[in-house]
Write a protein that binds this ligand. Structure first.
Ligand code: AMP
Length: 551
């Protein structure tokens, strides 16, 4: 195990420039993920690439690093060198932030362009010069039509989440955008799934592409050990609280909590210690000496939780481990199998728990395929579960005390109180004190929402009040449901799943969306075109008919 930061060697094997290697080290990335290891060298050779990779695999850095690497050192001019097309505004912001972070030391100019943001700001940024544009197809096309975005200098085009872009009806927009790019561009396509229409898109736009797949490999030899595997789907913001709750309910003897980056390891260790757990950090930035001390504390029982990166935990063998917790979904199924192989050894049972963000649900599926085992999706323990669990541990402690005997010294207290109260009441008061003294009552806990893909959809469509918007374009203008879904999802915060029934008549269309999003959607659509035309957009005041499917 190296004493120096683990990252430098692995990432510089990829022959990335020093500014990039430095940025990755600062972010706490310790080694490339499988898709990065495979795709980056090919992309640096200038190959076109078709990558089958879901969110969570590290695909963004896989395409962003080669793009940054290939930017000229100086005189970058005003026109962008790379264009990344993504299905939603959320993803445009995320990808743009990631590229900005990787390219900060290179002073890379990255601009997200999506609907819902004042176009003036985007126009100003574009005219002062950008290196990488990350945008939704609708808004990119808008800028092309206005002449505010020049694509002639593009060296690279990335179609990210291509399956989703097609599902949202962006096919024609993509065609129009691709037609404006140089013929000798490098083209990358990433998609979690490769249905026939994505293949067709690839055939049209990629030249002699190499294919890279993540998570398709068979399970590792020897199969998956006997481990109870559970996953919780929670929003990122709820992860620390969720982990705390799981730890309280599971009470592991010793657990290892895996994070993706060194920074996350440090932050989480601090949070856990702040909440009263005995956690130790282990990552590639620590010296051998520090690591030995940490392992000693875990083996000796002074620490109960080890928070670690994959690199740091490699080769560790800890007998007492009962739980492996993936605080982040691992970047490929192989590494999942490797992580959970640390429990359930030699016939002992173990528990593997994975926290996934809603966008990462596809990674869970890939893991199930590779391990050939079901992962049970569970709801985060509720406040009531937690209370029951804590009462149970107070009961167990009192039970143990009764068995141990030697309580005579307290007899006088009970006898005096018994003169005034019923003995049962005396016992109740004593239990309450004991319970509170062990931190058993916590007043301010709140329930944490769990999300699963189907629940998320059901919750959105059944409990949220909905409203309809009127779009002054219909069948006679060639409008299809996917055009409306594409325009709304591309220009606002909503995703295709938030959109309810759609009715298209000759001259207008009605689209059902969550009531709370109506103003935003109207605002966003007013600044854009649908199928190349401006249309009247307003809230529909008529009573909705019985909802019809999206046909
Ligand atoms: P993506 O699949 O591109 O959405 O990336 C998923 C997450 O992994 C992001 O939070 C990245 O910051 C993180 N990530 C990407 N590459 C690495 C790496 N080599 N080491 C650790 N974390 C990474």
């Amino acid at each position: 195990m190296p004493d120096s930061p683990a990252n430098a060697e692995e990432f510089s094997n990829l022959e990335l420039r020093s500014e990039l290697v430095q940025a990755l080290a600062e972010l706490g990335y310790e080694e490339p993920t499988p898709i990065q290891r495979e795709a980056i060298p090919l992309l640096l050779q200038g190959r076109d690439l078709m990558g089958q990779a879901a969110t969570g695999t590290g695909k963004t850095a896989a395409f962003a690093l080669p793009i940054l690497q290939q930017l000229p050192d100086s005189d970058r001019g005003r026109a962008p060198r790379a264009l990344v097309l993504v299905p939603t505004r959320e993803l445009a912001m995320q990808v743009s932030e990631a590229i900005h972070r990787y390219g900060r030391d290179m002073r890379a100019r990255v601009l997200p362009i999506y609907g819902g943001q004042p176009i003036v700001r985007q126009l100003r940024a574009l005219s002062s010069g950008v290196d990488v544009v990350v945008g939704t197809p609708g808004r990119v096309l808008d800028h092309l039509n206005r002449g505010s975005l020049a694509l002639a200098q593009l060296a690279t085009v990335v179609l990210d989440e291509a399956d989703e872009m097609l599902d949202m009806g962006f096919a024609e927009d993509l065609d129009a955008i691709m037609a404006a790019t140089p013929g000798d561009r490098q083209t990358l396509l990433f998609s979690a799934t490769i249905p026939a229409r994505v293949e067709k898109l690839a055939r049209r736009y990629l030249r002699d592409p190499v294919s890279v797949q993540v998570g398709r490999g068979p399970a590792t030899a020897g199969g998956t050990p006997l481990v109870r595997q559970t996953a919780y789907v929670v929003a990122r913001a709820h992860k620390p609280a969720t982990l705390g709750r799981i730890l309280d309910v599971e009470s592991p003897t010793a657990a290892i909590v895996f994070c993706r980056t060194r920074d996350e390891v440090d932050r989480l260790t601090e949070t856990l210690n702040g909440r009263g757990y005995r956690a130790e950090a282990l990552h590639g930035g620590m010296t051998q000496d520090q690591r030995d001390r940490v392992m000693g504390r875990l083996r000796g029982g002074t620490a109960e939780l080890l928070v670690a990166t994959d690199v740091a935990a490699r080769g560790l063998d800890i007998d007492q481990l009962t739980h492996v917790i993936n605080y982040d979904v691992p970047s490929d199924p192989e590494s999942y199998v490797h992580r959970i192989g640390r429990v359930g050894r030699a016939g002992r049972s173990g528990v593997a728990i994975t926290l996934a963000e809603p966008r990462e649900h596809r990674m869970l599926k890939a893991i199930e395929r590779a391990t050939k085992q079901r992962m049970h999706l569970e709801s985060v323990p509720t406040v009531a579960d937690l209370r029951a669990r804590r009462l149970e541990s107070t009961r167990a402690a009192i039970h143990e005390n009764l068995l141990a005997g030697d309580l005579d010294g307290f007899r006088v207290v009970v006898e005096t109180l018994a003169a005034e109260f019923d003995v049962l009441e005396v016992a109740l008061a004593a239990v309450q004190l004991a319970h509170e003294a062990t931190g058993g009552s916590s007043a301010e806990e709140e329930d944490i929402p769990t999300v699963t893909a189907t629940e998320a959809k059901a919750a959105r469509t059944s409990t949220e009040p909905t409203a309809r918007i009127f779009v002054g374009a219909g069948r006679s203008a060639g409008i299809r449901p996917q055009d409306l879904v594409g325009a709304i999802a591309g220009e606002s915060r909503l995703t295709g799943r938030d959109i309810g029934s759609i009715e298209i008549s000759d001259r207008f269309s009605l689209v059902e969306i969550p009531d709370a999003a109506v103003d935003e959607v109207i605002q966003a659509l007013k600044g854009t075109t649908i199928k190349g035309k401006k249309a009247v957009i307003r809230r529909d005041r008529t009573q909705p008919k019985r909802p019809r499917g999206r046909t």
